[in-house]
Structures are given as C-alpha cells and as structure tokens.
Design a protein around this ligand. Structure first.
Ligand SMILES: *Cc1c(COP(=O)(O)O)cnc(C)c1O
Length: 466
C-alpha cells in the first residue's frame, strides 16, 4: 500500500516494526492512526471515533485522559520525572508500595517496568529462594499451565506454554513442566459448560484437571525433585484465549502445591486491579488464594505508563537478608525501577478504584457483560460465550456441536474484528476468540454500540462463510 512518505502512516510503514505482527500484511494495509482518546474512546487522524473494546490491549481501567490521572501526572512532573531507586527513595514509589502491600497482603514490592519484567523478577526470586531454603540438590523445575503466557523475555517465555511463541526460541529456554489447563469448553473429559439447549452435552465434572495437576506435583516430590513453584494466571488465562477457570479449581490446585512446599507465583498482569470483579483487586485473592509472589503490570497504572510490581511475602524477602559481604543481595534491577511518574499515576489509579463511584461503575459493567452478550448465541458459529467479571470472550467455531475450530488461514477472529472496526469498535482477537474488555468507564450507549457491532460483525462474517 502506497502511503504519503511524511504522513504518520508513511513514516510508520517505512520504519516501525510492530509487535506480534506479520509486517507483510501490515505494509499492505493502511494503519488506523490513533491521535487522541477520551473515556472509553479513541480518535484517529481523520477524526473518526472508536470504542476501545479491549482497553488498549488490557491496560486501561478508568478511560483515556482521566482528569485525576492527568492531574496526578502533571503534579509529579512539576517535581521530577525520574530518579534512580539504586541508592535512593522517592515518595510516589514508597506510597505505591505501601498501597499495594495493603491491598495484596504481601508486604514487599519490587517495582519494574512491564509484565515480563515483573514475571522475570518473580521467577528469579522463586528460584533463588528455593536454592537458599532447600539447598542446590533438591532444586526442581517450575510448574506452569498449558497455554500459559507470562511475557516475552526469555525467562517468562520459558514458563509459558504457547507453542507458537515458545518454539522459535526453544534453544534459549529452560525447561518447565506444564499441567492441564481447565479449559472447560475444550475439556477432553466432559463438557461441563454446554451451549444452551444441548442437555446431552452435560456430564458431571470430576475435577480430572485437578487430579492431573495434583499427580504432577506429587510425582516430582516423590522423585526427590519437588517443583520450585507453581506459576499460574488465576481465574483467566489471557493469551491462551481468555480461558476461564471454573470456580474452585484454583484453591484445590493451590492446596496441593502448598502441601508439597511449592511457592505460589500468581501472574495477575492481566487479571489484577479489579478486572475479574469481586471484593479484592486480585483475582486469586477473591478465590481465597494469597500467593507468595504476585506479578502486576498492565492495568497497574490505569493504562497510562509502563510500570510493574512483583509483590513478595516476608519469608521470601527474609531469605535475601545478610551481611553485605555475604552477597545474599537480590542482584536484579532496572534503570527505571520505581519511576516516580509511573508510581504517581498508579497510586492515583488505586485511589480511583477505591471510590464508591468506581465500584458502582464496575458492578454495572459486570452486569451488562453477563447479560448482554447472551444474544450472540443466535449465531450458529458462536461456540462459547465466556465471562469472568469484566472480561468476556466469544469463541467462534465451524461446528457448534463438534466444536471444530476454524483453521488459522481462515483468519476468522481477525475478520470479525475488522468488521467491528468498520463499525467503530476496536479489539484484537486471539485466534478464533474475540476479546471484549472495555475500560470500566464505558457508558451505556457506548456499550450498546459495542454489542451491536460485535453482533453485526459475526452476522456479516458468518454470511460470507455459510
Ligand atoms: C500481557 C501479559 C504479560 C506480559 O506483560 P508485558 O507488559 O506485555 O510484558 C504477562 N502475563 C500476562 C498474564 C499478561 O497478560
């Protein structure tokens, strides 16, 4: 596609390499150039306004250009943009750490930049804690989940089990074991979540997935090589396709892991900060599971700046205490650790989350999400409509009864999202799964427009593909 050379699109086509993007396809199409935002909407350079239906890849909470977040940033800019955490403290970072400790019941915050660095920090802490408390000989592997995604740095990819992202880097990665993910819709044992009206599909769930996870934990322990830690995305596995765990799965597996001395490492980069609803800001806490290490990023700053936190328990922190020359120090850090701008906006975002107005807004959105997507079942290609709090996903399939997926070359998810974009709604699919998770502040009319665009897009793509 020819784009004028000095235009944003032209400069982008000439020089920007986009993440997770086949750049040949990208160069063939005219990019949507986003120049501003307000609330749950984004505006392109021609003045067209869209609904930000995936919260700018799962980051935004309270909307774009939120007056309180903007003001908090400006206030901090009036003081200083950045100072180093190597050897110095700063007020926003200290206050953010305290607020996160209060909310998570984990007393220590190691601040960093993004989800990958938060997980990299967590896995190094878990590894080193295991080595120090159990000695070198009994150190085992990490246990994580099928379909797990924990970020793109080498350590985080090692913990992940998305074949497509994992395979190219195989030689660089350390081995980690995988347990079955409770993907009810594609469960090989039963069909615990049948589509409406198909009563035959339902058989009682026997928690086979919990049994498998428990046995994996027990086997390693019996061999004298217990796993270091169980690493998981609680309640929703995002990049796996918004795979949602049935109520009760996490407490069961966490109990088995604890019984064998594994640390619990929760990746709440996507689910944290209220995204899955409930009284706590954290999905796992709402299931009664407080981990030893907790990774936060994405929504931590309300979607404003890259800042992340790895929350740690007191025993983990204590394992790193010693005399200077013992070198028990945690040798890890980043130039922008504890960045005051990011910390200030994250702190303000947490204050907004704590208001009655925000709680009301979230409860309202959760009720719309639970109710208004049910109409989508009228489309034969809709195989599953999944909801967890303020996250929803629609999985399209070739055959509803057999649950046969569309082939990747059919680009079904992409085509539905393109049809939605033509109707003024932006989101991004994961394979055949369309993600719906707008900012918490979305208004009733905007929500109505989102649902209508999704409904019409599925209709349109379905007509082209009878
Ligand atoms: C996005 C994501 C990450 C990686 O975060 P980045 O900020 O993209 O590095 C890790 N874990 C989960 C669950 C995520 O959704």
């Amino acid at each position: 596609m020819k784009t004028p050379p000095k235009s944003t699109a032209g400069l982008d086509h000439a020089h920007v390499w986009h993440p997770f993007t086949q750049m040949r396809d990208w160069l063939r199409s005219r990019p949507v150039v986003l120049v501003s935002g307000s609330g749950a909407t984004l505006t392109d350079e021609s003045g067209r306004t869209y609904i930000d239906a995936n919260s700018s890849i799962w980051t935004n909470l309270h909307g774009h250009r939120h007056p309180r977040l903007d003001a908090a940033l400006r206030r901090q800019l009036g003081k200083v943009a950045h100072v180093s955490a190597l050897g110095f403290a700063n007020p926003p970072a200290a206050r953010l750490a305290a607020a996160l400790a209060r909310a998570s019941r984990l007393p220590k915050a190691f601040l960093s930049d993004d989800g990958s660095t938060a997980m990299e920090t967590a896995l190094k802490l878990a590894h080193e804690h295991g080595r120090r408390t159990h000695g070198d000989r009994v150190r085992g592997r990490f246990l994580s989940m099928q379909g797990a995604y924990h970020g793109d740095t080498v350590g985080a990819v090692s913990l992940g089990h998305v074949g497509l992202f994992h395979r190219p880097y195989r030689d660089l990665l350390f081995p980690a074991d995988a347990v079955m993910s409770p993907y009810c819709y594609r469960c090989p044992f039963n069909r615990a979540r049948p589509e409406p009206g198909d009563a035959r599909a339902y058989r009682k769930c026997q928690w086979e997935c919990v049994g498998k996870a428990t046995r994996a934990i027990e086997r390693s322990a019996a061999k004298g090589k217990p796993h270091v830690a169980f690493v998981y995305e609680p309640v929703v596995q995002g990049a796996a396709g918004m795979v949602m765990q049935p109520e009760g799965w996490l407490p069961r597996v966490a109990e088995a892991a604890r019984a064998h001395g594994l640390l619990l490492v929760a990746d709440e980069v996507m689910t944290g900060m209220g995204r899955t609803g409930g009284a706590s800001l954290f999905a796992g806490h709402n299931q009664g599971v407080v981990p030893d290490l907790l990774a936060l990023a994405k929504g931590l700053s309300g979607g404003y700046l890259p800042i992340a936190a790895t929350m740690a328990s007191q025993p983990i922190f204590d394992a790193f205490l010693g005399e200077y020359a013992e070198f028990k120090t945690f040798f890890h850090g980043h130039s922008y650790t504890g960045n005051p701008l990011g910390s200030a906006v994250a702190l303000e975002s947490m204050a907004i989350l704590d208001t009655a107005a925000s709680r009301r807004q979230r409860a309202r959105l959760a009720s719309w999400i639970a109710r208004d997507l049910q109409g989508l079942w009228r489309h034969p290609m809709v195989g599953d409509v999944r909801v967890a709090g303020l996250v929803a996903a629609v999985e399209v399939v070739r055959h509803r009864t057999t649950r046969e997926p569309f082939a990747p070359r059919e680009r079904m998810g992409i085509r539905i999202c393109e049809a939605m974009a033509r109707r003024g709604v932006l989101t991004r699919p994961i394979g055949n799964v369309v993600v719906v998770m707008p900012p918490y502040c979305i208004t009733k009319p905007q929500w109505g427009k989102l649902v209508q665009a999704l409904d019409e897009a599925i209709e349109e793509v379905g007509r082209a593909h009878p």
